[in-house]
Design a protein around this ligand. Sequence first.
Ligand SMILES: [Zn+2]
Length: 218
Amino acid sequence: MVPLVELDGPLPEADTGVRVGQGFPPDNTMVTAQKSLPVTDPRAHALRNRFHTAFVAEELPVPVEAIAEDLLGLHVEEGEIPCSGLLLPADRLIVLRADEPPARQRFTLAHELGHWVCQVREGRPGAVYCRAADIAPGADRLREREANVFAAELLMPEEAVQVESTIAASAVDLAARFGVSEEAMTWRLYNLGLSKRRPDSASRDVQVARKVASEDEA
Ligand SMILES: [Zn+2]
């Protein structure tokens, strides 16, 4: 029985009530200079290292659910929700949309951990509701992009991707190795400079994400 390691302290002093439909102030900034944004986040690297120090040696796919529950003391559930994922900091609860594929749920969970580590733990404790479009490469809000960069680094560590990409036969194989979607892996390879082929931004997955998002908003 592995003890729960609560390495995070209490939540920052602030209103942690659920606020629906109030947008994402004050960082609701539209991205205008995407090329200058980072493609990795050292906080994701540090979180993974904390987990492996406390529990098990490094492994793939990255055990994102155990990181959430055993390391951070968060509760992870599936539910019939009208968005891909949500984070309720006051309840230490993450809910994942039940009808999405496992690889996508893993990315959504890592994305919610990005909100937790990069935003909640740094003093912005409001509830976060994430549409499918927020968890896609073209996310237009800075805080969503920050969570996506964190998620990509957490699930697809740069060093591991560099090593595994010399072994794997294709992006599909690599995606399976890391437990992510082919689209997520293709973007990671491109962002790390390991592939020159820019993923088609109008790919099927993105179109699906946009369709789900438009249904969410309807
Ligand atoms: Zn989000």
